[in-house]
Design a protein around this ligand. Structure first.
Ligand code: ADP
Length: 187
């Protein structure tokens, strides 16, 4: 089973994705974490990605498409996975659809975490104080929200045509949201 978490930055994809992946015993693939690890290690990928990430812009598809291919090819990801942070653009969605399609698989569920923009900003600003993420500055937060609306939100319509998008209210207690997701997935 392949499950994709969609939602604006700060909507809780990472938190809910982790809970769901652990419950279902599936690996979670998180492009943001992979990129942050590459930045920390100073690999060529990390050096290329850092300038975009710090500004809140998307790392170009020329770079990300390879990363996605590698991750989906891993033995762990053959039976299913929870996808967090990708696909985030139309070309990324095409790659994921095509890769799974070649294997006779598909995205089974898309969970869209719905959170009002003022709450998103509040969460990211709080997180900045706690974790010091280099893209939680006010300018980068603004850019990330704009980029989400422009590049990623259109994927909702793409997947809605297939009837696999579930809207989940993303505000409230973490375990209540997790329970709602469990109800939607049916396991
Ligand atoms: P958030 O969704 O809170 O902005 P992420 O951890 O998902 O945080 O992503 C952080 C940054 O990493 C993004 O702003 C972007 O620069 C980069 N990034 C992560 N995933 C992708 C992706 N699939 N395509 C392009 N850039 C990505």
């Amino acid at each position: 089973m392949f499950i994709l978490f969609l939602g604006a930055p700060g909507s809780g994809k990472g938190t809910q994705g982790k809970i769901l992946a652990e419950r279902l015993g599936l690996p979670k693939i998180t492009t943001g974490d992979l990129l942050r690890a590459a930045v920390k290690q100073g690999t060529p990928l990390g050096r290329e990605a850092k300038k975009y990430m710090d500004e809140g812009k998307l790392v170009p598809d020329t770079v990300i498409l390879n990363l996605i291919k590698e991750e989906l090819a891993k033995p762990d990801a053959q039976r299913g996975a929870v996808l967090d942070g990708f696909p985030r653009t139309a070309p990324q969605a095409q790659l994921v659809d095509a890769t799974l399609g070649e294997r006779g698989q598909r995205l089974n569920h898309i969970l869209l975490l719905d959170v009002l923009e003022e709450e998103l900003v509040r969460r990211m600003t709080n997180r900045a104080a706690q974790e010091g993420r280099s893209d939680d500055t006010p300018e980068a937060i603004r850019t990330r929200l704009q980029v989400y609306q422009r590049d990623t939100a259109p994927l909702i319509a793409h997947y809605a045509q297939r009837g696999i998008v579930h809207r989940v209210p993303g505000t409230g207690m973490i375990d209540e949201i997790a329970t709602e997701i469990k109800r939607i997935i049916g396991r």
